[in-house]
Design a protein around this ligand. Structure first.
Ligand code: ATP
Ligand code: MG
Length: 569
C-alpha cells in the first residue's frame, strides 16, 4: 500500500471523548470512527488489524476441529421466551418489531439459535459431539459503553457452542478449547493469563476467562506465586487462617460507645479485627427477601459469591429505611437474639470456626462478646462469600496471593443442560433412550482483543503492534521523495516485501522525514525501513519499533533481516 493512496487520517490532538489509551490511539491513528456511543466504523487500517485477529481465531478454531457457521443477527423473540431469557436479559438486549408487530432481538449471543439448529438436525448420539462456531457482530445495549472497542454496544465476537452425550466428552472439548485459546492469544503476541471465573450458582470449575494483562484492565485477577492458581477476584478464594480456637466462654453484653466502625470497635475492645464478626443486611433484588450476611471483621463480602450462594439474580445492601422497617438498628445488628425470623442468615466460612467473637447486640452502643457459631446461632447458608486479599495464602499451595489487572478477552464455559433442557435439545442414545444434550460455549471478543493488544503494547509515541496482528508490518520511508536514488530503492524493497507476502506500506508522501516518522510510530508498524542519504551505496536503516534499535543494513540483506525479526516480535 502506498501511503498517498491509503485512507489514513492521523490526528495530532488527543480526542476529548477517549479515556483509555487504545481508544485514543485508534482514533489518532485513524483506525476507527465513532458513529454513536459504543458504535464504531472500522476504517481501512483498523479493519486490517481486526481481520488479522479474526484470521488467527478462525485458523485455530478450524485446527481444533470446530466448524464455522454464520447465524442471523435478527432472532425471533419466541426462542428467547422459550429459553426464559426474554425477561432475564432486561435492557441490555436490543429489541425490535417487524411490520407485523412481531418481536425480534438483535443477537447479543447465540445459545438459543444454535440450540434450535442442533435440536432440529441432530437426533442420534452418532452425530455427537459437535462444535459449531461463528465470527459475528454482537449487539448489547451496555449500561456503560466505554473505552472505545473495549466495551462497545456493537462488537465482533467469535462464539462457539459444543454439544455432547456425556460430561467426559464436554470436559475433553473444554480442554481442547482452553488449549486453542492459549494458542490464539500466544499467536496474537499477547501476554495473557487463563483464570478461574465465576460460573454462577452452579459453581465448579467449568468457567475460565482469558485475560490480556494490562494496567488499564477492568478486572482484577488474583494469582499465586506458589503454583499456577489464578482466578478472577469475583471467584478467587484463599486458605482460611482463623485465630487459634478457644474454649467457649459465656456471652456478655458490653457497652461500646463511640464505636461506629468495626475497626473502632476492635480498638475499643482491644481485640484483633479477626475476633469480630460483621453483620450486613442484603436484599435479593429478585425476591425482595432479606439476608443477614456474616463475615469476619477483616474481610469484605464478595457480592458475586453472595449472589450465587443465595441463588439470586442480583443483590444490594439494604437501605437504612429497610433496616429500620425490619426492626433492626444499623451498626448493631447480629445473629444472636435476632428477633425477626423472616431474615435468613448467610455465614461466610470465616465465622463458623471463630471462637468467642463479637457481634451487634440490637441496641445502640452495645455489643455481645463471646458469641459462638453453633452454640448461639445457626446460619441457613454457609458458603465462602469473602473477597480474598493480596498476601493471603493460595488455596492450592503455600504460595502467596498477588493481584494484577486484566482485560477479559475470552471465556470458556461449561453450560451443561441449561439451554438444551429449556429448548428440548435431545437425542437418542445407544439404547434408543431420549437424552438431553450437554453443552459448552466458548467466546472471544475479537474487537476487544484488538483494543487489548494496544493497551498492552504502546509508548508515548503510539502503538507498538505485535507483528502477527499489525495492519502493516513494515513502513518504508524514503527521506526525500524528490531523490531518485531513494525513491527507486524504496520502491524495489517495497516490491520485494510484497512478493514475500509481507504487509508493507510505502510512505511516498512529499513530507518531511520527521513528520512521516511520527505517523509511523503512532500507527505502530513493527519495523521502519528508512531510505536516506546512503541509498546510493545501497544502505538503508532498519528500525525496530519495540526496542528503538536501528540497524544500518545493505539492501540485499534487509528482506531476510525483516523475515528473521518477524519471528521475534
Ligand atoms: P463482560 O463481563 O466484559 O461484560 P461478558 O461476560 O458479558 O463480558 P461474554 O458474554 O462471555 O462476555 O462474551 C464473550 C466475550 O465477548 C468476552 O470475553 C469479551 O471478550 C467480549 N465482550 C463481551 N462484551 C463486550 C462488549 N460490550 N464489547 C466488546 N467485547 C465484548
Ligand atoms: Mg457483559
Amino acid at each position: 500500500m502506498k501511503f498517498s493512496k491509503s485512507y489514513i487520517k492521523t490526528l495530532k490532538e488527543t480526542p476529548k471523548e477517549a479515556e483509555v489509551i487504545s481508544h485514543i490511539l485508534m482514533l489518532r491513528a485513524g483506525m476507527i470512527k465513532k458513529l454513536a456511543s459504543g458504535i464504531y466504523s472500522y476504517l481501512p487500517l483498523g479493519y486490517k488489524a481486526l481481520k488479522k485477529v479474526e484470521n488467527i481465531v478462525r485458523e485455530e478454531m478450524d485446527r481444533a476441529g470446530a466448524l464455522e457457521v454464520h447465524m442471523p443477527v435478527i432472532q425471533p423473540a419466541e426462542l428467547w421466551q422459550e429459553s426464559g431469557r426474554w425477561s432475564v436479559m432486561g435492557p441490555e438486549m436490543f429489541r425490535l418489531k417487524d411490520r407485523h408487530e412481531r418481536d425480534f432481538v438483535l443477537g447479543p449471543t447465540h445459545e438459543e439459535v444454535i440450540t434450535d439448529i442442533v435440536r432440529s438436525d441432530i437426533s442420534s448420539y452418532k452425530a455427537l459431539p459437535v462444535n459449531l462456531y461463528q465470527i459475528q457482530t454482537k449487539f448489547r445495549d451496555e449500561r456503560r459503553p466505554r473505552f472505545g472497542l473495549m466495551r462497545g454496544r456493537e462488537f465482533l465476537m467469535k462464539d462457539a457452542y459444543s454439544f455432547h452425550t456425556s460430561q467426559e466428552s464436554l470436559d475433553e472439548e473444554f480442554e481442547n478449547m482452553r488449549e486453542t485459546y492459549s494458542r490464539i492469544f500466544t499467536r496474537c503476541g499477547l501476554k495473557f493469563r487463563p483464570v478461574e471465573a465465576d460460573s454462577g450458582a452452579i459453581g465448579g470449575n467449568g468457567s475460565q476467562e482469558f485475560h490480556v494483562l494490562a494496567e488499564s484492565g477492568e478486572d482484577e485477577i488474583i494469582y499465586s506465586d506458589g503454583c499456577d492458581y489464578a482466578a478472577n477476584i469475583e471467584t478467587a478464594t484463599s486458605k482460611l487462617v482463623n485465630p487459634p480456637k478457644e474454649e467457649e466462654k459465656e456471652i456478655e453484653l458490653v457497652h461500646t460507645p463511640d464505636s461506629p466502625t468495626i475497626e473502632k470497635l476492635a480498638e475499643f475492645l482491644n481485640i484483633p479485627l479477626t475476633r469480630t464478626v460483621k453483620a450486613l443486611l442484603y436484599k435479593d433484588l429478585g425476591t425482595d427477601e432479606f439476608y443477614m450476611v456474616l463475615i469476619r471483621g477483616d474481610f469484605d463480602v464478595n457480592e458475586i459469591k453472595l449472589k450465587n450462594a443465595i441463588n439470586a439474580v442480583a443483590v444490594e445492601m439494604a437501605t437504612d429505611e429497610e433496616i429500620e422497617n425490619l426492626g433492626l438498628i444499623k451498626g448493631y445488628i447480629g445473629p444472636y437474639k435476632l428477633a425477626n425470623d423472616k431474615i435468613k442468615i448467610v455465614a461466610d466460612l470465616s465465622v463458623i470456626e471463630l471462637s468467642n467473637h463479637v457481634t451487634g447486640a440490637h441496641q445502640k452502643d452495645y455489643h455481645f462478646v463471646n458469641v459462638n457459631y453453633g452454640r448461639d446461632y445457626k446460619a441457613d447458608i454457609i458458603k465462602d462469600i469473602r473477597t480474598v486479599k493480596v498476601g493471603e495464602t493460595c488455596p492450592k499451595s503455600d504460595g502467596k496471593l498477588h493481584s494484577a489487572r486484566g482485560i477479559e478477552c475470552g471465556h470458556v464455559f461449561k453450560l451443561g443442560t441449561k439451554y438444551s433442557e429449556a429448548l428440548k435439545a435431545t437425542y437418542l442414545d445407544k439404547d434408543g433412550k431420549t437424552q438431553t444434550m450437554i453443552m459448552g460455549c466458548y467466546g472471544i471478543g475479537v474487537s476487544r482483543t484488538m483494543a487489548a493488544a494496544i493497551e498492552q503494547n504502546y509508548d508515548e509515541n503510539g502503538i507498538i503492534w505485535p507483528v502477527a496482528i499489525a495492519p502493516y508490518v513494515v513502513d518504508i520511508i524514503p527521506a526525500n521523495v524528490k531523490n531518485e536514488a531513494q525513491t527507486s530503492l524504496a520502491e524495489s524493497i517495497y516490491q520485494k516485501l510484497k512478493a514475500e507476502n509481507i504487509d508493507v506500506m510505502l510512505d511516498d508522501r512529499d513530507e518531511k522525514p520527521g513528520f512521516k516518522f511520527k505517523d509511523a510510530d503512532l500507527i505502530g508498524f513493527p519495523f521502519k525501513v528508512v531510505v536516506g542519504k546512503r541509498a546510493e551505496e545501497g544502505i538503508v536503516e532498519l528500525k525496530i519499533r519495540k526496542t528503538g534499535e536501528t540497524l544500518e543494513i545493505s539492501k540485499d540483506e534487509v528482506i531476510n533481516k525483516i523475515k528473521e525479526l518477524m519471528l521475534k516480535y
